[in-house]
Design a protein. Structure first.
Lengths: 144, 144
């Protein structure tokens, strides 16, 4: 990052309306682990589990599924993922309406970072960077 | 990761007693940004700001300072860091008593990951992987 001036005030995290975690795999063995993590998540967290994509979609360069969750879920979900991702690469990014920055600048990685084809994502609120609201589809039965 | 069997039960995040964030720099310009982030942190969060290390220490391969914080602080601090790290690489790792895994397996990265010389860190609770308790040294005056 070049020529970055020092801003006078930081951004408020209130700009974050939700988060997406993307759990990736690149082999049959990793896919099995990813589905194991998926079931663990379904049993423990109120989240929206997305389609299991065996081929790359959107900015993602390998197979993955998305886990959408509300800001208040981060406090429990992220520590759990740190300990239980089973060696898989996981991208966690906030949604602030600026999709490109959210994937490339604001994101965090658990495990090895992977290539993201996110340069063409919209980056202004006016571009309709809007992300669908989280609609949980899990019914947890276990404590995290 | 090879030959990973699928565990029957996930780890509880209750094993996490604290977190460390490490903010890195590799140039004078990055150092200025790192100190800017440091002041922002001091003004907004109850954390323990560590020494500004201009030379690599411990497992760290470049200059950095540490920010220690309690588990309950993650929910506000991490989203804020996602939006306000000013392009710097930041490692956030939990402390579970297994220092090697905490740095190499359980950690997350904001920005570009850097080399960590963590292979020789102790990894069993019996090795005294214990980490000092967080002793906050900031007095926030601003809302995050």
């Amino acid at each position: 990052m070049t020529d970055l001036h020092l801003p006078g005030a930081p951004h408020s995290a209130l700009a974050i309306t939700s988060y997406h975690a993307h759990v990736y795999w690149t082999s049959a063995a990793e896919r099995e682990r990813a589905l194991h993590v998926r079931q663990w998540l379904a049993d423990r967290f109120v989240v929206q589990l997305g389609t299991v994509h065996d081929r790359p979609v959107g900015p993602h360069s390998v197979a993955m599924y998305q886990v959408a969750f509300t800001p208040d879920a981060l406090a429990h979900l992220l520590p759990w993922l740190m300990l239980n991702r089973l060696g898989l690469s996981v991208l966690v990014h906030p949604n602030t309406g600026r999709a490109r920055d959210d994937h490339l600048v604001h994101a965090l990685w658990l495990g090895a970072p992977l290539v993201l084809h996110a340069d063409t994502l919209p980056n202004s609120l006016a571009d309709g960077g809007g992300v669908s609201a989280v609609v949980p589809n899990t019914t947890p039965t276990s404590a995290a």
